[in-house]
Design a protein around this ligand. Structure first.
Ligand code: SF4
Length: 235
């Protein structure tokens, strides 16, 4: 058995929202950012249940008949790049079984370990949270340079990439942001899909249970019409 352990928050056996097709989604524990819109604050701190890569892959294999042509495994979080050794081993083993691998990340860590993980990654779901550095620093806790360097690397390696952005009323739902996002897409040939996701506040209960403030809890959720308008602008 492997010496490498992963710290897992939770597992969704058959997910359809995090990557192509039907996917086995593993949410890793621990995150280096503190996004004010975060819907998983319970994944921030390190800890969680320990699994070996073998334990995860044996569970994935039980669901392989549901994956079809496009599905597979997605590692999400939290931030899976913080457990790059574990994630790389899981993906490497999945590739050995012919299972598609997908990484859902903020793209805030690029080093030799995360580059090694990307060698076994079939698709990246990259959250581009904002399109300017001030918003990144104010609302996510890192500079915009980190995800942009990550995206540049994905482009160099031609790793298929889905860009995702959570649309938050009054913060990033303006035309300027969408046009800037469009420019980012155009400049990176690896990006073959863009998803705008509506900001949701269903996570308020998690903040309440943790006894901490939901920083964007006072903001409204975007309307369906607004999302459609922004989608139109993006295309
Ligand atoms: S990167 Fe994701 S998990 Fe981490 S704080 Fe931001 S939204 Fe939450």
């Amino acid at each position: 058995m492997s010496e490498i352990k992963g710290y897992i928050h939770s597992i969704q056996s058959l997910g359809t929202l995090d990557g192509p097709g039907v996917r086995f989604v593993v949410f890793l524990q621990g995150c280096n950012l503190r996004c004010k819109c975060c819907h998983n604050p319970d994944t921030w701190e390190c800890g969680g249940k320990e699994y070996t890569p073998e334990e995860i892959v044996s569970r994935v294999l039980r669901f392989r008949e549901y994956f079809g042509r496009d599905g597979g495994i997605t590692l999400s979080g939290g931030e899976p790049l913080l457990q790059a050794d574990f994630a790389r081993r899981v993906f490497e083993m999945c590739h050995g079984e012919g299972i598609n691998t997908c990484l859902d990340t903020s793209g805030s860590v690029l080093n030799e370990k995360t580059k090694s993980l990307l060698e076994h990654t079939d698709r990246v779901l990259l959250d581009i949270k904002y399109t300017n550095d001030a918003d990144y620093r104010e609302n996510a806790g890192c500079s915009m340079r980190a995800p942009m360097d990550f995206l540049k690397y994905l482009n160099e390696k031609s790793i298929p990439t889905t860009l995702r952005q959570v649309i938050i009323p009054t913060v990033n739902d303006g035309e300027e942001n969408i046009l800037a996002l469009r420019d980012i897409v155009k400049a990176h040939a690896c990006v073959d899909k863009v998803e705008l996701l509506p900001f949701r506040k269903i996570c308020q209960v998690k903040y309440d249970n943790m006894g901490i403030e939901f920083p964007f809890g006072h903001l409204p959720e975007p309307t369906r019409d607004k999302m459609a308008e922004l989608e139109g602008m993006l295309r």
